[in-house]
Design a protein around this ligand. Sequence first.
Ligand code: PMV
Length: 333
Amino acid sequence: MITVRAHSNIALIKYWGKRDAALKLPLNGSISLTLDQLYTETRLGYDPSLRRDQLFLNGEPASESMRQRVSGFLDLLRSHFGFQHFAEVHSHNSFPTGAGLASSASAFAALALAATTAQGLQLAPAEVSRWARQGSGSACRSLFGGFVEWRAGERPDGQDSFAQPLEIAWPVQMLVLVLQQQHKAVGSGDGMARTVASSPLYPGWLASIEADLADMRASLQAQDFEAVGSLMEHNALKMHASALAARPAVLYWQPETLAILHLIWQLRAEGHACYATLDAGPNVKVLLPPASPAMQQTPATQQTIERLIAHPAVQQHFLCQMGPAAQILEPNP
Ligand code: PMV
Protein backbone atom coordinates (compact mmCIF):
# COMPACT_ATOMS: atom_id res chain seq x y z
CA MET A 1 0.00 0.00 0.00
CA ILE A 2 1.23 3.48 -0.92
CA THR A 3 -0.30 6.61 0.63
CA VAL A 4 0.08 9.99 -1.01
CA ARG A 5 -1.32 13.47 -0.47
CA ALA A 6 -1.99 15.96 -3.26
CA HIS A 7 -3.38 19.44 -2.78
CA SER A 8 -6.08 21.09 -4.79
CA ASN A 9 -5.30 24.09 -6.96
CA ILE A 10 -7.33 27.06 -8.08
CA ALA A 11 -6.58 28.62 -11.46
CA LEU A 12 -5.78 32.34 -11.63
CA ILE A 13 -5.85 32.05 -15.44
CA LYS A 14 -8.33 29.31 -16.31
CA TYR A 15 -8.10 26.22 -18.48
CA TRP A 16 -11.29 26.26 -20.53
CA GLY A 17 -11.61 24.11 -23.66
CA LYS A 18 -9.92 20.98 -25.00
CA ARG A 19 -8.17 20.38 -28.32
CA ASP A 20 -8.19 16.61 -27.68
CA ALA A 21 -10.86 15.19 -25.38
CA ALA A 22 -9.36 11.70 -25.01
CA LEU A 23 -5.86 12.93 -24.09
CA LYS A 24 -7.28 15.95 -22.21
CA LEU A 25 -5.16 18.41 -24.14
CA PRO A 26 -6.15 22.03 -23.55
CA LEU A 27 -6.78 24.76 -26.08
CA ASN A 28 -5.13 27.27 -23.76
CA GLY A 29 -2.47 27.44 -21.06
CA SER A 30 -3.31 28.19 -17.41
CA ILE A 31 -1.71 29.40 -14.16
CA SER A 32 -2.80 28.21 -10.70
CA LEU A 33 -2.13 28.43 -7.00
CA THR A 34 -1.91 25.22 -4.94
CA LEU A 35 -3.81 25.43 -1.62
CA ASP A 36 -2.70 23.96 1.70
CA GLN A 37 -6.11 23.29 3.31
CA LEU A 38 -7.75 21.44 0.42
CA TYR A 39 -6.23 18.06 -0.31
CA THR A 40 -6.87 14.44 -1.18
CA GLU A 41 -5.13 11.55 0.55
CA THR A 42 -5.10 8.35 -1.43
CA ARG A 43 -4.02 4.89 -0.29
CA LEU A 44 -3.55 2.41 -3.12
CA GLY A 45 -2.35 -1.15 -3.41
CA TYR A 46 -2.39 -3.67 -6.27
CA ASP A 47 -3.87 -7.04 -5.40
CA PRO A 48 -3.49 -10.08 -7.71
CA SER A 49 -6.70 -11.57 -6.28
CA LEU A 50 -8.93 -8.66 -7.39
CA ARG A 51 -11.10 -9.10 -10.50
CA ARG A 52 -11.62 -5.36 -10.92
CA ASP A 53 -10.49 -2.07 -9.37
CA GLN A 54 -12.15 -1.02 -6.12
CA LEU A 55 -12.70 2.58 -5.06
CA PHE A 56 -13.69 3.91 -1.63
CA LEU A 57 -14.33 7.62 -1.22
CA ASN A 58 -14.29 9.09 2.29
CA GLY A 59 -14.71 5.56 3.68
CA GLU A 60 -17.71 4.55 1.51
CA PRO A 61 -17.77 2.54 -1.73
CA ALA A 62 -17.77 5.13 -4.53
CA SER A 63 -20.48 5.36 -7.19
CA GLU A 64 -20.06 3.06 -10.20
CA SER A 65 -19.43 6.03 -12.51
CA MET A 66 -16.58 7.30 -10.28
CA ARG A 67 -15.16 3.79 -9.97
CA GLN A 68 -15.19 3.48 -13.77
CA ARG A 69 -13.46 6.82 -14.24
CA VAL A 70 -10.69 5.79 -11.85
CA SER A 71 -10.47 2.32 -13.37
CA GLY A 72 -10.24 3.79 -16.88
CA PHE A 73 -7.34 5.94 -15.71
CA LEU A 74 -5.58 2.94 -14.12
CA ASP A 75 -6.10 1.05 -17.41
CA LEU A 76 -4.04 3.72 -19.20
CA LEU A 77 -1.14 3.15 -16.81
CA ARG A 78 -1.52 -0.64 -16.91
CA SER A 79 -1.45 -0.77 -20.69
CA HIS A 80 1.44 1.69 -21.01
CA PHE A 81 3.66 0.10 -18.35
CA GLY A 82 2.62 -3.51 -19.02
CA PHE A 83 1.17 -4.11 -15.57
CA GLN A 84 -1.77 -6.42 -14.93
CA HIS A 85 -3.12 -6.29 -11.41
CA PHE A 86 -6.19 -4.42 -10.24
CA ALA A 87 -6.04 -1.96 -7.36
CA GLU A 88 -7.83 -1.18 -4.15
CA VAL A 89 -8.05 2.60 -3.79
CA HIS A 90 -9.09 4.53 -0.68
CA SER A 91 -9.43 8.26 -1.16
CA HIS A 92 -10.25 10.95 1.43
CA ASN A 93 -10.91 14.60 0.72
CA SER A 94 -10.42 17.36 3.30
CA PHE A 95 -13.31 19.28 1.67
CA PRO A 96 -16.66 18.73 -0.16
CA THR A 97 -16.37 16.75 -3.40
CA GLY A 98 -17.66 17.94 -6.78
CA ALA A 99 -18.75 21.45 -5.72
CA GLY A 100 -16.27 23.41 -7.80
CA LEU A 101 -13.48 23.09 -5.24
CA ALA A 102 -11.24 21.25 -7.70
CA SER A 103 -11.64 17.84 -6.07
CA SER A 104 -10.81 16.12 -9.35
CA ALA A 105 -7.50 18.02 -9.49
CA SER A 106 -6.22 16.79 -6.13
CA ALA A 107 -7.83 13.36 -6.63
CA PHE A 108 -6.19 12.55 -9.98
CA ALA A 109 -2.84 14.05 -8.96
CA ALA A 110 -2.86 11.79 -5.89
CA LEU A 111 -4.02 8.80 -7.93
CA ALA A 112 -1.34 9.26 -10.62
CA LEU A 113 1.42 9.52 -8.00
CA ALA A 114 0.10 6.60 -5.91
CA ALA A 115 -0.57 4.31 -8.87
CA THR A 116 2.81 4.82 -10.52
CA THR A 117 4.72 4.59 -7.22
CA ALA A 118 2.88 1.37 -6.28
CA GLN A 119 3.98 -0.10 -9.62
CA GLY A 120 7.57 0.48 -8.52
CA LEU A 121 8.05 3.41 -10.91
CA GLN A 122 9.90 6.54 -9.87
CA LEU A 123 8.80 9.05 -12.47
CA ALA A 124 9.91 12.68 -12.68
CA PRO A 125 7.19 15.05 -11.40
CA ALA A 126 6.66 16.43 -14.93
CA GLU A 127 5.94 12.90 -16.14
CA VAL A 128 3.49 12.22 -13.31
CA SER A 129 1.90 15.58 -14.21
CA ARG A 130 1.40 14.40 -17.80
CA TRP A 131 -0.33 11.24 -16.55
CA ALA A 132 -2.46 13.16 -14.04
CA ARG A 133 -3.61 15.41 -16.89
CA GLN A 134 -5.24 12.40 -18.53
CA GLY A 135 -7.34 11.83 -15.41
CA SER A 136 -8.52 15.45 -15.12
CA GLY A 137 -6.82 18.31 -16.95
CA SER A 138 -6.35 20.58 -13.93
CA ALA A 139 -4.84 17.65 -11.97
CA CYS A 140 -1.56 18.11 -13.84
CA ARG A 141 -1.04 21.35 -11.86
CA SER A 142 -1.60 19.67 -8.46
CA LEU A 143 1.70 17.77 -8.58
CA PHE A 144 3.44 21.04 -7.71
CA GLY A 145 3.25 23.55 -4.87
CA GLY A 146 2.77 27.32 -5.01
CA PHE A 147 2.19 29.04 -8.35
CA VAL A 148 2.13 26.61 -11.26
CA GLU A 149 1.85 26.98 -15.02
CA TRP A 150 0.40 24.38 -17.38
CA ARG A 151 1.66 25.07 -20.88
CA ALA A 152 -0.92 23.94 -23.41
CA GLY A 153 1.66 22.36 -25.72
CA GLU A 154 1.27 21.76 -29.45
CA ARG A 155 2.07 18.12 -30.04
CA PRO A 156 -0.85 15.84 -30.94
CA ASP A 157 0.48 13.15 -28.55
CA GLY A 158 0.44 15.59 -25.60
CA GLN A 159 4.07 14.99 -24.60
CA ASP A 160 4.63 18.75 -24.26
CA SER A 161 1.46 19.37 -22.23
CA PHE A 162 2.27 19.24 -18.50
CA ALA A 163 2.64 21.61 -15.57
CA GLN A 164 5.72 23.20 -14.01
CA PRO A 165 6.19 25.29 -10.87
CA LEU A 166 6.71 29.02 -11.41
CA GLU A 167 9.16 29.35 -8.48
CA ILE A 168 7.59 32.53 -7.10
CA ALA A 169 7.68 32.73 -3.31
CA TRP A 170 4.88 35.16 -2.56
CA PRO A 171 2.54 33.97 0.20
CA VAL A 172 -0.82 35.40 -0.91
CA GLN A 173 -3.84 33.76 0.68
CA MET A 174 -7.05 32.36 -0.75
CA LEU A 175 -10.31 32.29 1.16
CA VAL A 176 -12.55 29.55 -0.22
CA LEU A 177 -16.22 30.28 0.44
CA VAL A 178 -18.48 27.23 0.21
CA LEU A 179 -21.97 28.42 -0.68
CA GLN A 180 -23.53 25.10 -1.66
CA GLN A 181 -22.34 21.58 -1.21
CA GLN A 182 -24.50 19.91 -3.83
CA HIS A 183 -22.88 18.29 -6.83
CA LYS A 184 -22.82 20.54 -9.83
CA ALA A 185 -25.34 20.02 -12.63
CA VAL A 186 -22.92 20.30 -15.56
CA GLY A 187 -19.41 18.96 -15.07
CA SER A 188 -16.43 21.03 -16.21
CA GLY A 189 -15.79 18.66 -19.14
CA ASP A 190 -19.31 19.02 -20.56
CA GLY A 191 -19.36 22.74 -19.79
CA MET A 192 -16.20 23.44 -21.71
CA ALA A 193 -17.12 21.13 -24.61
CA ARG A 194 -20.44 22.94 -25.03
CA THR A 195 -18.70 26.32 -24.86
CA VAL A 196 -16.10 25.38 -27.48
CA ALA A 197 -18.76 23.92 -29.78
CA SER A 198 -21.39 26.65 -29.61
CA SER A 199 -20.34 29.88 -27.88
CA PRO A 200 -19.69 32.80 -30.25
CA LEU A 201 -17.63 34.32 -27.41
CA TYR A 202 -15.18 31.40 -27.19
CA PRO A 203 -12.89 32.71 -29.99
CA GLY A 204 -12.57 35.95 -28.00
CA TRP A 205 -11.58 33.97 -24.91
CA LEU A 206 -8.88 32.11 -26.83
CA ALA A 207 -7.57 35.22 -28.57
CA SER A 208 -7.02 36.97 -25.23
CA ILE A 209 -5.31 34.15 -23.32
CA GLU A 210 -1.66 34.60 -24.33
CA ALA A 211 -1.80 38.23 -23.18
CA ASP A 212 -3.47 37.21 -19.89
CA LEU A 213 -0.79 34.57 -19.26
CA ALA A 214 2.05 37.00 -19.98
CA ASP A 215 0.47 39.69 -17.76
CA MET A 216 -0.10 37.19 -14.97
CA ARG A 217 3.51 35.93 -15.03
CA ALA A 218 4.80 39.52 -14.93
CA SER A 219 2.40 40.60 -12.16
CA LEU A 220 3.26 37.55 -10.05
CA GLN A 221 6.98 38.24 -10.49
CA ALA A 222 6.37 41.84 -9.42
CA GLN A 223 4.20 40.64 -6.50
CA ASP A 224 1.67 43.28 -7.51
CA PHE A 225 -1.48 42.28 -5.58
CA GLU A 226 -3.92 44.61 -7.40
CA ALA A 227 -2.61 43.60 -10.83
CA VAL A 228 -2.78 39.85 -10.04
CA GLY A 229 -6.20 40.12 -8.39
CA SER A 230 -7.89 42.24 -11.03
CA LEU A 231 -6.55 40.09 -13.86
CA MET A 232 -7.58 36.90 -12.04
CA GLU A 233 -11.12 38.21 -11.55
CA HIS A 234 -11.34 39.45 -15.13
CA ASN A 235 -10.15 36.10 -16.49
CA ALA A 236 -12.70 34.13 -14.46
CA LEU A 237 -15.60 36.38 -15.47
CA LYS A 238 -14.50 36.13 -19.11
CA MET A 239 -14.52 32.33 -18.88
CA HIS A 240 -18.01 32.36 -17.37
CA ALA A 241 -19.20 34.86 -20.01
CA SER A 242 -18.05 32.51 -22.77
CA ALA A 243 -19.90 29.62 -21.06
CA LEU A 244 -23.07 31.66 -20.62
CA ALA A 245 -23.14 32.32 -24.38
CA ALA A 246 -23.11 28.57 -25.18
CA ARG A 247 -26.27 26.88 -26.45
CA PRO A 248 -27.76 25.64 -24.25
CA ALA A 249 -26.25 28.10 -21.77
CA VAL A 250 -23.75 26.88 -19.18
CA LEU A 251 -24.33 28.82 -15.95
CA TYR A 252 -22.60 27.67 -12.75
CA TRP A 253 -23.71 30.54 -10.54
CA GLN A 254 -26.46 30.52 -7.95
CA PRO A 255 -28.06 33.61 -6.41
CA GLU A 256 -25.60 33.25 -3.49
CA THR A 257 -22.68 33.41 -5.95
CA LEU A 258 -23.83 36.78 -7.23
CA ALA A 259 -24.48 38.07 -3.70
CA ILE A 260 -20.88 37.29 -2.73
CA LEU A 261 -19.52 38.83 -5.92
CA HIS A 262 -21.37 42.07 -5.14
CA LEU A 263 -20.09 41.97 -1.56
CA ILE A 264 -16.52 41.66 -2.85
CA TRP A 265 -17.02 44.66 -5.14
CA GLN A 266 -18.54 46.64 -2.30
CA LEU A 267 -15.62 45.72 -0.02
CA ARG A 268 -13.17 46.86 -2.70
CA ALA A 269 -15.02 50.15 -3.05
CA GLU A 270 -14.50 50.56 0.71
CA GLY A 271 -10.77 49.96 0.30
CA HIS A 272 -10.49 46.25 1.12
CA ALA A 273 -7.95 44.27 -0.91
CA CYS A 274 -9.89 41.23 -2.24
CA TYR A 275 -10.61 39.73 -5.65
CA ALA A 276 -12.84 36.83 -6.74
CA THR A 277 -12.43 33.79 -8.91
CA LEU A 278 -15.02 31.12 -9.78
CA ASP A 279 -14.78 27.67 -11.34
CA ALA A 280 -17.28 25.13 -12.63
CA GLY A 281 -19.52 25.45 -9.58
CA PRO A 282 -21.31 28.04 -7.41
CA ASN A 283 -18.57 28.68 -4.83
CA VAL A 284 -16.36 31.76 -4.73
CA LYS A 285 -12.64 31.87 -3.97
CA VAL A 286 -11.20 35.18 -2.76
CA LEU A 287 -7.58 36.25 -3.22
CA LEU A 288 -6.22 38.06 -0.16
CA PRO A 289 -2.85 39.72 0.52
CA PRO A 290 -0.14 37.81 2.41
CA ALA A 291 -0.33 37.50 6.18
CA SER A 292 2.64 38.87 8.11
CA PRO A 293 5.78 36.68 8.32
CA ALA A 294 4.63 35.36 11.70
CA MET A 295 1.40 34.23 9.93
CA GLN A 296 -0.63 36.87 11.77
CA GLN A 297 -3.34 38.52 9.70
CA THR A 298 -2.97 42.25 9.24
CA PRO A 299 -5.94 44.04 10.83
CA ALA A 300 -7.16 45.07 7.35
CA THR A 301 -7.18 41.49 6.00
CA GLN A 302 -8.74 40.23 9.22
CA GLN A 303 -11.62 42.67 8.71
CA THR A 304 -12.04 41.60 5.08
CA ILE A 305 -12.22 37.93 6.12
CA GLU A 306 -14.76 38.69 8.87
CA ARG A 307 -17.01 40.66 6.51
CA LEU A 308 -16.94 37.86 3.94
CA ILE A 309 -17.58 34.90 6.23
CA ALA A 310 -20.35 36.78 8.07
CA HIS A 311 -22.49 36.74 4.90
CA PRO A 312 -25.45 34.38 5.42
CA ALA A 313 -24.78 32.62 2.09
CA VAL A 314 -21.46 31.26 3.38
CA GLN A 315 -21.93 27.74 4.74
CA GLN A 316 -18.29 26.85 5.27
CA HIS A 317 -14.94 28.47 4.57
CA PHE A 318 -11.31 27.48 4.21
CA LEU A 319 -8.60 30.10 4.69
CA CYS A 320 -5.77 28.75 2.57
CA GLN A 321 -2.09 29.51 2.29
CA MET A 322 0.11 28.34 -0.51
CA GLY A 323 0.13 24.53 -0.55
CA PRO A 324 3.06 22.16 -1.13
CA ALA A 325 3.78 19.70 -3.95
CA ALA A 326 2.17 16.25 -3.98
CA GLN A 327 4.06 13.92 -1.67
CA ILE A 328 4.38 10.27 -0.70
CA LEU A 329 3.38 9.82 2.95
CA GLU A 330 3.72 6.04 3.33
CA PRO A 331 5.95 4.17 3.13
CA ASN A 332 8.21 6.91 4.36
CA PRO A 333 10.39 7.80 1.33
O1 PMV B 1 -9.73 19.69 -14.92
P1 PMV B 1 -11.19 19.92 -15.00
O2 PMV B 1 -11.79 19.11 -16.08
O3 PMV B 1 -11.85 19.74 -13.66
O4 PMV B 1 -11.42 21.46 -15.44
C1 PMV B 1 -11.13 22.55 -14.64
C2 PMV B 1 -11.80 23.76 -15.17
C3 PMV B 1 -11.74 25.01 -14.29
O5 PMV B 1 -11.69 24.67 -12.92
C4 PMV B 1 -12.97 25.83 -14.54
C5 PMV B 1 -10.53 25.89 -14.65
C6 PMV B 1 -9.18 25.43 -14.19
O6 PMV B 1 -8.20 25.79 -14.86
O7 PMV B 1 -9.06 24.77 -13.15
